[in-house]
Design a binder for this molecule. Sequence first.
Ligand code: 2BA
Length: 109
Amino acid sequence: MKLIVAVVQDQDSNRLSAALTKSDFRATKLASTGGFLRSGNTTFLIGTDDSLVEKALDLIRENCRSRDQMVAPVSPMGGNADSYIPYPVEVEVGGATVFVLPIEHFHHF
Ligand code: 2BA
């Protein structure tokens, strides 16, 4: 068994959720925040058989788009000066950031 941890953009989360459910995957959605943009994204936890990992990755690929996003200058006031960005920059976010982890035990009581 594997645990797929997928960080996706909020705009894609409903579509991905529907696609996973339609294909009989079980998933948990967590509200999360990216460390760099400090804006909301969605983290999916998907527990599945090894044989179905590729199918789940296909669904993630098909339903998550990459987008360019502007990062506004961040004031260092009250924050960490190391992460101060004095001018707007454009970054490409996603499709999805995906980790596939082996699961030692799975219990569902
Ligand atoms: P954020 O940390 O908010 O990052 C958003 C986007 O900003 C990233 O898109 C990347 O294009 C850019 N970025 C991040 N850190 C950067 C840096 N130090 N310098 C320049 N640009 C930087 P993605 O790579 O597609 O990541 C989307 C979200 O996925 C991230 O949001 C974070 O929540 C998660 N993520 C990405 N890599 C991760 C990792 N290695 N571990 C845990 N979460 C990760």
